[in-house]
Design a protein around this ligand. Structure first.
Ligand code: SAM
Length: 348
């Protein structure tokens, strides 16, 4: 991220805080849409109706950071950034754009970060992923709808990469745990002739999933929805491949270890568990910085979310009874933000 060292490194990191806040604020003020075409500063200020001093502070800093381009025609949102920063009706979903608003909320939750660190996340006021409940019926349907919107919008490209990495044709029945609205399960089933699928998630997400499935008659009888709790609901027998995508990371070793044991019990001999998510390198590498920083967000998200390395997963899988484990490295990342995805294959 930076090549600076010593005092310069510290100052760059401190400036990073101001730069991120500036980006999110300029986006919120819709400055980038107003500057989608070159526009004179005076006209831009009038369009945004901002005081002279604060407008100049924001625009100067945006130009200096490369968030705006300035020439004799005025200031403009650079073409390379416009797809993420300029609002337009019907624009395709972009994770980066989503994060501009999401991280604004995270920022607020991190305001007292030393309290988050001391309490291991317990002091967090963050509510946008409030599914860490002992009683899954207590999950607010509105919160579930909001996070499911993000999951649904980002799953298709993950599925593409999963299908390019792992052959599901060798299986008959797939069970996707923490499968949200079933989009992952439905996409794998749709791409794999003869495969039957089921997904299990909390009732609020499964209710959305059932409605979505009704709109896909071609999957009638091929995808089943199970409302429940991955820690308590009996896992149905007869599934020869069980998947967990972007979900194992949400839970501490005790809870995810227990899920791995339940999966091992439910699988037939030779059956497989696939753990699909971003994974850390075995030792700290600067290239993995975005994942370590994402960990800072996890302090706000919950008291248990953490990325693991393949070896850390393997230890839990072996303790759960899986003798054979293998890490598959996909041919590409599903999208820029989602680097270092791995598929761990554990065979019973
Ligand atoms: C990060 S999302 C991943 C969803 C999906 N696998 C994907 O990749 O899009 C985590 C999912 O776990 C579900 N979840 C949380 N607690 C659960 C529980 N106790 N039992 C079942 N699902 C749960 C959430 O509702 C959410 O859909």
């Amino acid at each position: 991220m930076t090549t600076a060292t010593g005092e310069k490194l510290l100052l760059e990191l401190l400036d990073g805080f101001l730069g991120s806040k500036l980006l999110m604020t300029a986006y919120k003020l819709d400055l980038f849409t107003a500057a989608r075409e070159p526009i004179a500063r005076d006209a831009l200020r009038a369009a945004l109706d901002l005081p002279e001093r604060s407008f100049k502070i924001v625009v100067d800093a945006c130009v200096a950071l490369g968030l705006l381009h300035e020439d004799e025609r005025g200031v403009a949102t650079p073409a390379a950034l416009a797809p993420f920063l300029v609002r337009a009706p019907g624009k395709p979903f972009s994770t980066t754009t989503y994060l501009l608003e999401y991280y604004d909320e995270v920022y607020r939750a991190l305001a007292d970060m030393d309290a988050l660190v001391r309490s291991d996340g317990a002091a967090s006021p963050f509510k946008l992923r409030d599914y860490f409940k002992d009683d899954v019926d207590a999950i607010d349907p509105q919160v579930a709808a909001e996070y499911s919107r993000y999951m649904d919008a980002t799953i298709a490209r993950i599925v593409e990469v999963v299908l390019a990495t792992y052959p599901f044709g060798q299986h008959r029945r797939l069970l996707d745990l923490c499968g949200n609205t079933g989009s992952f399960c439905a996409a794998i089933v749709a791409a794999t002739p003869g495969l039957h699928g089921a997904f299990l998630d909390v009732p609020a997400c499964v209710a959305i999933g059932r409605r979505q499935l009704e709109a896909r008659p071609e999957l009638q009888g091929r995808v089943e929805a199970i409302a429940g709790d991955v820690f308590r609901t009996p896992l149905p027998p007869g599934y020869d491949v069980i998947t967990m995508c972007r979900s194992a990371m949400d839970w501490g070793d005790d809870k995810i270890g227990a899920v791995y044991r339940r999966v091992h019990e439910a699988l037939p001999p030779g059956g497989r568990l696939l753990v699909i998510e971003r994974m850390l390198p075995e030792r700290v590498l600067p290239e993995a910085l975005p994942m370590y920083l994402r960990g800072v967000y996890f302090l706000a998200k919950s008291e248990s979310t953490r990325y693991r390395s393949p070896r850390e997963h393997f230890a839990l899988l072996q303790a759960a009874g899986f003798a054979a484990t293998e890490a598959l490295e996909p041919p590409r990342a599903p999208y820029e933000f989602f680097q270092s995805m791995r598929i761990l294959v554990a065979t019973k």
